[in-house]
Design a protein around this ligand. Structure first.
Ligand code: PBG
Length: 334
């Protein structure tokens, strides 16, 4: 039924009536944004009591592990339910085999332990991909110019296992290899980690919007070539649905679309077709664009931050990974 048929003609129907007062607008608001919708990505580095700014991401820092408990406690008190950890790995530890990825004492695992010991109630999510540990910056093991799928999946399983042993609650495979969700789920079941969630980066596109992130984790200089043989073509939408269906069949609990703002059509389609917990990653480049325009006085930073995050809710997302998490939570916490 055409919706316009439900409405009286003007002047009986004056849509502006519903917009005439702030309290009325609040009454008829269709979506809400709350701190509970946010996952905060945090960059960690070696060292002591230190933080380094990431120039292409104003307001974002890499933090040493000993600072994480305070940050996590603050996030939790703002109502943020989860933190996602990304390591800035010492270049000397990057190799062809990526063995540092499954070192039980690597930066990520030390960060997980520090956070869970101090703030057990915050969910710790990890990133599963080899790029922070890979001498060539690729997410998978490279041999003869090829990114090897099955060997990479074996490495990712070892990586996930040590993360869970360190206390991770949610595994976030961001590598886009085939078969990784089934392999990770089998590892979790075998070890009786029945309650560990997998939030799969199911629809991850080969995007230019990851640029500042690669600076943040020190992978930009390292990356040789591009990621187009495993990350998705931005032209595709049906393929994203196939990836989500596949990951759910293999044992993913939640799915992600990444990047976020340019892919809201994919978010809405995913939520409509699958009705599963659906997340979007408002990636580094999206954050950088908004911050840069704000700093130039070209946009109202606070307004576009709120508007961009609400757009994800409107598009059907249950939550958003965003570098704005603490800043926006501060603003919207009741
Ligand atoms: C690693 C990974 C990337 C991001 C999250 N995990 C970069 C990439 O795939 O090159 C990007 C996040 C962001 O840009 O904020 N596989």
């Amino acid at each position: 039924m055409a919706r316009s048929q439900n409405q009286a003609p003007f002047p009986a129907y004056r849509p502006r009536r519903l917009r005439a007062h702030p309290s009325l607008r609040e009454m008829v608001r269709e979506n809400t944004l709350a701190p509970g919708d946010l996952i905060w990505p945090v960059f960690v580095m070696d060292g002591q009591d230190d933080a380094h700014p990431i120039h292409s991401m104003p307001g974002v820092f890499r933090h040493t592990v000993d600072r994480l408990p305070v940050l996590a406690a603050r996030a939790r008190s703002l109502g943020i339910p989860a933190i996602c950890i990304f390591p800035y790995t010492n270049p000397r530890l990057k190799t062809q085999t990526c063995a540092e990825a499954w070192n039980p004492d690597n930066l990520t695992n030390r960060a997980i332990r520090a956070i869970k010991a101090a703030v057990p109630d915050i969910m710790v999510m990890t990133d599963i991909a080899l790029d922070p540990y890979n001498i060539n910056g690729q997410d998978g093991i490279v041999r003869g110019g090829e990114i090897l799928n099955d060997e990479t999946v074996e490495a990712l399983v070892k990586m996930g296992e040590v993360q869970v042993q360190a206390g991770a609650d949610i595994l976030g495979p961001s590598d886009m290899m085939d078969g990784r969700i089934a392999a990770l789920r089998a590892m979790l079941e075998k070890n009786k980690f029945h309650n560990i969630n997998i939030l799969s980066y199911s629809a991850k596109y080969a995007s230019g919007f990851y640029g500042p992130f690669r600076d943040a984790v020190g992978a930009s200089g390292a990356l040789i070539g591009d990621k187009k043989t495993y990350q998705m073509d931005p032209a595709n939408s049906d393929e994203a649905m196939r990836m989500i269906a596949r990951d759910l069949r293999e044992g993913a609990d939640m799915v992600m679309i990444k990047p976020g703002m340019p892919y809201l059509d994919i978010c809405l389609r995913a939520k409509t077709e699958f009705q599963v917990p659906t997340f979007a990653y408002q990636v580094s480049g999206e954050y950088a664009m908004l911050k840069a325009a704000d700093q130039n006085g070209w946009l109202n930073g606070q307004q576009v931050m709120l508007e961009s995050l609400m757009a994800f809710k409107r598009a059907g997302c249950d939550g958003i990974l965003t570098y704005f998490a603490p800043e926006v939570a501060e603003l919207i916490t009741p």
